[in-house]
Design a protein around this ligand. Structure first.
Ligand SMILES: [Zn+2]
Length: 280
């Protein structure tokens, strides 16, 4: 007998996964959700998407630019008036949403548009978070993304006085938000202190509120820590790094606060725009 993967679902979940419905845009719990982990099928728990493929398309549904190999089935669907494919879970055939090509939002040029009710988030419990400000976030993001053991890097804003800042807000320089990278890393592969070494080596921590031509508090050198251990390692690392600089390091070491993910066009900025490096 075929296993019934849908019997435990709520009527709302069945409406999507079994009857191929669509939840209202901007209503789902994962639309604006960017933690490090994996999204599994809500019906059968088949792993579908890694969170480092998730992006914000502003369409109102969770968006991914790649699937876990073999996890998804695609069916041609011409009902929406545009060329798109229906996507279903390869294990239970539950309806997930649709996939679109050629929109050029991310470099993979693919958008899996998925209902939140079709998926369930499972955190990667082996990862830790680090947050650094080191000037313009575009180039430092690229550097940290290439570090072995780093699972995911997001650029955003932290440490300011206003809620839900936009790039335009922080560019004025009066909100006190810093441009930061939030890094999810596997400490068994790269330690926090080794990440700190990458931090010191890739910006100038001795220029107050300035990196090269970029001036303002948004470009300050800052470590936002998440634990006393991170705080202590940061302070020790700052002392060690000082031997490499003639003038005093002015980097702030402060407790973390709310991370506001930056607008999608800032994520992977150099890669999307085919740039080797920014002005630094
Ligand atoms: Zn499934």
């Amino acid at each position: 007998m075929e296993k019934d993967y849908f019997s435990h679902l709520s009527s709302e979940e069945k409406q999507i996964l079994k009857n191929k419905g669509t939840e209202a845009p901007f209503s789902g719990e994962y639309n604006d959700f960017f933690q490090a982990g994996i999204f599994v099928c809500r019906a059968c728990e088949n792993p579908l998407y890694e969170s480092n493929t998730k992006f914000n398309s502003d369409c109102g549904w969770p968006s991914f630019d790649d699937e876990i190999i073999g996890s998804i089935k695609k069916y041609e669907d011409l009902s929406g008036g545009s060329v798109r494919a229906e996507i279903c879970c390869a294990k239970c055939d539950g309806h997930l949403g649709h996939v679109f090509e050629g929109e050029q939002i991310t470099t993979k040029n693919t958008r899996h548009c998925v209902n939140s009710l079709s998926i369930k988030f499972v955190s990667h419990s082996n990862l830790e978070i680090a947050t650094f400000g080191a000037g313009c976030f575009w180039s430092v993001e690229k550097i940290f993304k290439s570090v072995k053991g780093v699972y995911m890097v997001q650029v955003g804003y932290m440490g300011g006085d206003t809620l839900n800042p936009t790039y335009n807000d922080i560019c004025r320089g009066d909100t006190n938000h810093a441009e930061v990278l939030q890094i999810a890393f596997n400490p068994k592969i790269i330690s926090y202190s080794d990440l700190l070494k990458v931090f010191w080596q890739n910006h100038n921590p001795t220029t107050l509120n300035q990196q090269g031509p970029d001036m303002g508090t948004q470009y300050r050198s800052v470590i936002f820590y998440y634990s006393d251990l991170q705080k202590n390692e940061s302070e020790k690392s700052k002392q060690d790094a000082q031997t490499n600089f003639k003038t005093p390091i002015v980097t702030q070491i402060v407790v973390s606060s709310i991370f506001y993910r930056a607008e999608e066009y800032h994520q992977d900025y150099l890669e999307k725009n085919n740039l080797g490096n920014c002005s630094l």
